[in-house]
Design a protein around this ligand. Sequence first.
Ligand code: T4K
Length: 368
Amino acid sequence: MNETLYVTRPYLPPLEEFVAELEKIWTSRILTNAGPYHQRLEATLAQMLGVPHISLFTNGTIALMTALETMRLSGEIITTPYSFVATSHAIVKSGCRPVFVDIDPFTLNLDPARIEAAITPASSAVLPVHCYGRPCDVDAIREIAERRKLVVVYDAAHAFGVDYQGRSVLERGDLSVLSFHATKVFNTFEGGAIVCHDAEVKRRIDRLRNFGFEDEVTVSEIGGNGKMSEMNAALGLLQLKYLSHAVELRKRIDGIYRRRLSGITGVRCLGGGHDPQGNHAYFPVLIQDDFPVTRDALYTRFRESDIHARRYFFPLISSFPMYRHLPSADPKHLPVAEDAARRVLCLPIFPDMTDVQIERVLRVIEDV
Ligand code: T4K
């Protein structure tokens, strides 16, 4: 009997290192509210990622909601249906309405060529996703947003450490939002962050993260509680020591998959050699019509072999009950996203995946 092989596994530092940090937290009794670990992680991440300002959060979803609030958005926000459901939920929870626009068939990111047709007088922003950590067409999106006076908030949940044209992709847009969930390339158990360009905006983000407090006695707006705890920040700081090694290990697995799958008709690997500065967060393949079985049949074969490949992102967000009534959710407006959701399968990839485990995955596909 094989052990279950999951789509991802968190890469963790040696337990003793974490325990040593926990002992310090126990002694200090500072558990949260922008304590020393939190401050160090913010400073270290800003420097390491090469971004001007970063604010840590309890998770990516709260960070997304706070990002939209920070920009005082209202009305409609143009977004992709091909993402994790948190992307649209954050829009609605911030009091706005999502407008779905189809994706590009090569990157599976929001297609800039379709944004303009979706703009109405009620549009306030665009919320694209760097899906699987592959950069959106950020220049085209910026050009449209500037011309049509729209804010751009990137859902960069997958894009930790990703560069675009030699600089962090997180610098693009008005704000970028990261997730540090356990399933991500860099994790703090749960966690997230907002990247912004100037100190005044950071102050607003930090206020909204902390109930709206300006100082001990002044509450200037209705904020929430999005603070990251010291324990989470301590894990983050430790993870950073091992991050580049972890990404190298992911890259190696990506390379093996790509080589072995290139000879198999009907399996299209997304991305590839042209994104050397990617983070290899996911390994999505699209199952084409000339593959002997459907994507769902292949998914079932994986399950029968105790391999939990995942259909990220199926079903489309636009097909969930709270969104499917929207005019923009009509499948006839979203043919590329519909097709991708029907074909995609994310294969297991995580830093300490063994060669035997990689073989197990490939064998299921090769056997078909
Ligand atoms: N925007 C985008 C584009 C996102 O992808 C996400 C999150 C967000 C926003 C929101 O960020 P957060 O608020 O989550 O910070 C997972 C994650 O829960 C979610 O964070 C992630 N995207 C999404 C793509 O995947 P599930 O429901 O598929 O996770 P789950 O529990 O099935 O985990 C997948 C596999 O990972 C498991 O089979 C085993 C492994 N795993 C999981 C956990 C939680 C572990 O080995 N250890 C663990 O602790 O949503």
